[in-house]
Design a protein around this ligand. Sequence first.
Ligand SMILES: Cc1ncc(C[n+]2csc(CCOP(=O)(O)OP(=O)(O)O)c2C)c(N)n1
Ligand SMILES: [Mg+2]
Length: 287
Amino acid sequence: MATNAFDFESKPDISWCPGCGDFAIRRSLLAALQELGIPRGKLVMVSGIGQAAKMPQYVNSSFFNGLHGRALPAATAIKAVAPDLTVVAEGGDGDMYGEGGNHFLHAARRNPDIALFVHENMVYGLTKGQAAPTSRVGMRTPVQVFGVTSEPLNPMALAIAMNVGFVARAFSGDIEGTTRIMKRAILHRGFALVDIFQPCVSFNKQNTLQWFKENTYPLEEGYKADDRAAAFARALEEKPFPLGVLYESAERQPFEELLPAYREDKRPLRERAHDMAALRAAVMAKA
Ligand SMILES: Cc1ncc(C[n+]2csc(CCOP(=O)(O)OP(=O)(O)O)c2C)c(N)n1
Ligand SMILES: [Mg+2]
């Protein structure tokens, strides 16, 4: 552990099912935070609703837990007023690509410096097994009794198409590999997506730990992540799915750095005193 690192490990009462991939993702997250040496008070975790979205409650950190699908707007606002903080948004495939799908698109456009970790179990776990946007065609659920018919959303291809500067796929079965990718995502300046394959042992009997092992392969040594067209081609591969950092580029400037409020004054907005009388006068003068 780095010397100034804060111990983000807490001893919570965890309500995930025994055998859930969320436990391994938590181990990776704690290791990544501790190895990066993020000091106490410098991390904010943000989430919505779902089993995955409980993560901030199981990490000894400041956090904002809001409505289903709404983590990214809150995370973007936090980054805007406090660019000095490390902001990690975390949630499930339903939360981020279903209920929060619209926010995902606009976070990709805006490019706030947020690391987004999506627990990809291809199902709505918390609500007991309905299809998620990433469920595979044919999967039968208590709601989709004849099987899913919709094309699954491809978060890797979508993010690369929208020029997100860090796009990676991890696997909860590889705790060290996931830790390494999470660290790179947190260090990336701008929006970073890590979609983490994870078995849901209770409500997805199709995409099991074994299924993920059989349907993934690691990107080869020497793979160059800076070629966007090549990364997009890899992102379309699903039989098997590539694991690793598919695309990485430092070309785009983060949202908060482009805000007019930071053009001259670099102090975080939350540290500035606001002269309400002057603000009101300025607004009235324009009215
Ligand atoms: C607006 C809204 N729609 C639906 C729900 C019900 N709901 C709560 S959690 C959930 C699914 C969560 O799935 P996912 O985000 O994949 O997380 P997981 O539990 O699989 O980790 C749903 C549909 C809700 N709380 N709010
Ligand atoms: Mg899910």
